[in-house]
Design a protein around this ligand. Structure first.
Ligand code: C2E
Ligand code: MG
Ligand code: MG
Ligand code: MG
Length: 283
């Protein structure tokens, strides 16, 4: 009896756990209305060719402005959307909105993050085709970013869908490379056009430590990307030191707050119209 009471107590005295459960339920409930209530929007973060800081891509990043909670981070609400099945309609909205914006930037590739749950959905291929068809966006202007997961590397349906999308001409990149689950033997066989070096790696890069592990890992990623004829984007460039280290290593592309924060579509149009607006501080 003592034991049981103890256990009940343990459960009762974890208010932060109750709060997390309640927050999850609130987010899950309200996310169901977020689309119809126009609370979702996209920001775009330019991806630069590091050699001359020309913008060549833009990554679409989802934002949710909750009427009571304010800005909720995608790092928090995307997992909720995945758990309750809302990632499929939300993801389709993102794809269509990103494709529509991309039409205004003919020189850029627009990248869209795709959850493994979307990739595994039987209609995902058709959803991408539909978005391209309805917006008339040429497929090679769209890039899908897939985070490394067991699904990505080991699921046959995911592999078939990836090949189908590549056959259409859509670009496919591996997001957050070097930070999670990798399967290099399988990576070799995948039809990818790009890799994105996780920002935790960029954060450790400085020019004066050329012998460090993170330099070796970056060089390895560059070599793998070259071998696969894929491009490599460094995420999370925050300082001039990050930029110069990546340039010295020969990393072709990069993005980060030190170059440009995620901005609205009209802001990106203005940035593209005004040449050389985005100079990193100190570079
Ligand atoms: P991600 O795809 O790796 O996106 C990069 C994240 O790093 C973004 O966070 C971006 O705002 C942030 N970032 C960019 N530059 C810097 C920098 O210099 N320093 C730091 N510390 N951060 C930087 P955000 O927008 O909060 O998105 C977080 C994650 O949520 C994304 O990581 C992505 O996995 C997911 N996500 C965002 N939008 C979508 C979406 O439309 N669909 C799906 N499925 N996932 C999304
Ligand atoms: Mg991404
Ligand atoms: Mg990611
Ligand atoms: Mg990433």
């Amino acid at each position: 009896a003592v034991k049981r009471a103890g256990r009940r107590q343990v459960r009762r005295y974890h208010p932060e756990q109750d709060a997390a459960t309640e927050r999850f339920q609130v987010l899950a409930r309200d996310l169901g209305h977020a689309l119809a209530r126009r609370e979702l929007s996209l920001r775009f973060q330019p991806v630069y060719r590091l050699r001359d800081l020309t913008p060549v891509k833009a990554e679409a990043l989802l934002r949710w402005s909750h009427p009571a909670l304010g800005q909720v981070s995608p790092a928090e609400f995307i997992p909720v959307a995945e758990r309750v099945g809302l990632i499929v309609p939300v993801g389709e909205w993102v794809l269509r909105a990103a494709c529509r914006s991309a039409l205004g930037w003919p020189g850029l590739v627009v990248s869209v993050n795709v959850s493994p749950v979307q990739l595994l959905h039987p209609e995902f291929g058709a959803t991408v085709r539909g978005a391209l068809h309805d917006t008339d966006l040429p497929p090679h202007h769209l890039e899908l970013e897939l985070t490394e997961t067991a699904v990505l590397y080991e699921d046959d349906r995911a592999a078939a869908t990836l090949q189908e999308l590549r056959d259409l001409g859509v670009r496919v990149s591996i997001d957050d490379f070097g930070s999670g689950y990798s399967n290099l033997a399988r990576l070799r066989t995948m039809p990818i056009t790009g890799m994105k070096l996780d920002r935790s790696l960029t954060a450790d890069l400085t020019s004066d430590q050329a012998g460090s592990f993170v330099h070796a890992l970056t060089r390895a990623a560059l070599e793998i990307a070259r071998n696969m004829r894929a491009d490599l984007t460094a995420e999370g460039i925050e300082t001039p030191a990050h930029l110069s280290a990546l340039r010295e290593l020969g990393c072709p592309l990069g993005q980060g707050h030190g170059l440009c924060r995620p901005i609205t579509a009209p802001e990106l149009s203005a940035l593209l119209a005004a040449p050389r607006t985005a100079q990193p501080e100190g570079a």
